[in-house]
Design a protein around this ligand. Structure first.
Ligand code: B12
Ligand code: SF4
Length: 458
């Protein structure tokens, strides 16, 4: 069968990171591998790169039997529109949705134009579904909600299976993919799950409470096959397993692999493995993304039980001493007073990370924070696109919502446009990418200004 896999176009209404982060659609690349393994023909269309207008052209030219969409929380409205386009073009085409948002809330896609929703994806359940579509049968398959079965499920769901992504199917888009200022940049997963269980985090809830590692030899083989000079490793904490990290370094040194890497790492692992950073730096590790989260030890203890205010400073120094950039992040608490925003700016000046991002606290329904804050929610759980880690979701307690957005806006300026961050961007990234990022920051300012001046925000 012919399967058209689609990453939907950007939802322009939402607060988005597209100007800073624009990674390849790893999820549907994995799906492409599964489909090709069982003999289907695949075309991948990335509507984040090309115009949405081309979608109908692809439908006509490729004439698919199945269309599959990958989804994040910001994509729901657009997927429903595209699914309607598919059914109008040919009502016999089967429409499938998968991806993070389908895993988190499959019910968002229970819609007359969507035939199947994947809560979890494995080789086995996909193969069964394709056979069912070919044979016109209708038995229940684990992990999949079917419209014909009124989206009722009785079988327990399964975990997503790791599948090596098919990077060939994104060949024509690959030059466009970047991560922060680094481009072209590929995305790689070498492990999934996290054992830290931070109170605010959805990642370990999506991927599982334990770390599952892929064999390091396979990881290095995959790195060797990647064309791009930059690789963003999306594992929740690439520094977790010392033995594996050392093996990784041995292999890339032995095979003389010259790439630049960006990873996620935790403060504690940076401090515990300080000796390794000189070697990581020599082997192309250019940036570590670190959750600083807060300036307050009590808060850190409640959220992570792992780091401290001074630990954040120490981790920053270790990376900077080894010429590895630190891209930190803070969480903005809804109980912040104006004084707290000032304290955070002051703390940022002590840390001086190369880059810093921030997001308002998100009491995601998958986390215990949801029950804690559900009475203060500004949006409903079903306003899915608002759960994008950019919008303020919890009503502030020390000021009005408009004032809070104003404080966020004032906070963003010294955090993003300070001399050490601008100097870093100008030296580390091509000039065009630095401008793009500054433009992206201005776009976020626009969203915050809209919230400040909107009559609907009280
Ligand atoms: C890399 C990444 C990105 C990349 C690429 C994302 C992409 N796939 O297009 C970029 C930088 C573009 C990105 C952007 C955003 N991201 Co992001 N991102 C991640 C990250 C770090 C890894 C995701 C990933 O690639 N996982 C590995 C792949 C293999 O898993 P997967 O996509 O789930 O795919 C599997 C299944 O779901 C399934 N599948 C996927 N697609 C399909 C399609 C079909 C038809 C089928 C059957 C199956 C299927 O098959 C795969 C194999 O099992 C996660 C954190 C995490 N660890 O999950 C955050 C994360 C997913 N992002 C998040 C957010 C909020 C965003 C943004 C909305 C931020 C913003 N405000 O702009 C934007 C959305 C923009 C957009 N429209 O894509 C949240 C998700 C919240 C949510 N409910 O959606 C996460 C969880 C981070 C967090 N805050 O904790 N992101
Ligand atoms: S915030 Fe990072 S360390 Fe904490 S649970 Fe999530 S992925 Fe793990």
């Amino acid at each position: 069968m012919r399967v058209l896999l689609v990453r939907p176009n950007l939802n322009k209404k939402t607060t988005t990171v597209k100007n800073f982060l624009f990674g390849e659609p790893l999820g549907i690349e994995c799906v492409s591998t599964i489909l090709k393994e069982i003999g289907h023909e695949v075309l991948l269309v990335d509507l984040l790169v090309e115009s949405k207008r081309n979608f109908k052209k692809y439908l006509k030219e490729f004439n698919p039997d199945v269309v599959g969409f990958t989804s994040q929380c910001t994509d729901i409205d657009n997927i429903l529109i595209l699914a309607e386009d598919v059914k109008r073009f040919n009502s016999n085409i089967k429409v499938i949705v998968g991806g993070i948002q389908a895993t988190i809330s499959p019910e968002a896609y229970f819609n007359k134009n969507i035939d199947y929703v994947f809560k979890s994806t494995t080789r086995e359940n996909y193969k069964q579904l394709m056979e069912q579509i070919e044979n016109g049968t209708n038995e229940e398959i684990a992990g999949i909600y079917s419209r014909k079965r009124q989206y009722q499920v009785t079988l327990p769901s399964c975990q997503n299976e790791y599948v090596k992504p098919d990077r060939e199917c994104t060949a024509k888009y690959r030059k466009k993919y970047n991560y922060v200022g680094f481009s072209p940049c590929a995305i790689l997963q070498t492990s999934y799950g996290c054992k830290n269980h931070c109170k605010f985090c959805v990642r370990w809830r999506i991927e599982g409470p334990k770390v599952v590692e892929l064999p390091i030899n396979d990881v290095v083989d995959e790195i060797e096959s990647i064309q791009e000079p930059y690789i963003m490793i999306i594992d929740n904490d690439f520094l977790v397993n010392e033995k594996r990290l050392l093996k990784f370094l041995d292999l890339i040194e032995k095979r003389k692999i010259k790439k630049k890497y960006i990873i996620f790492g935790s403060v504690n692992n940076i401090i515990d493995k300080e000796y390794i950073f000189e070697r990581l730096s020599k082997n192309g590790f250019v940036a570590v993304i670190v959750g600083y989260e807060s300036f307050d030890n009590k808060q850190l203890k409640e959220w992570t039980a792992k780091t401290t205010k001074d630990g954040n400073v120490k981790a920053t120094q270790i990376l900077q001493k080894n010429k590895i950039a630190i891209w930190g992040s803070f969480i903005l608490h809804p109980d912040f007073s104006k004084e707290d925003f000032k304290k955070l700016i002051k703390y940022h000046k002590t840390l001086k990370p190369e880059l810093l991002t921030f997001s308002p606290l998100v009491p995601h329904p998958l986390t215990p924070l949801y029950n804690e804050f559900k009475d203060r929610l500004i949006y409903d759980q079903e306003d899915y696109e608002k759960w994008n880690f950019g919008d303020v979701l919890i009503r502030p307690s020390k000021m009005s919502l408009k004032q809070y957005y104003w404080e966020v806006l004032k906070f963003g300026i010294p955090i993003n446009l300070n001399w050490y961050s601008v100097k870093y961007m100008l030296t580390a990234f091509p000039l065009r990418n630095t401008f793009k990022m500054i433009f992206g920051f201005n776009q976020s300012i626009k969203v915050y200004l809209k919230n400040i001046f909107s009559r609907r925000v009280k």
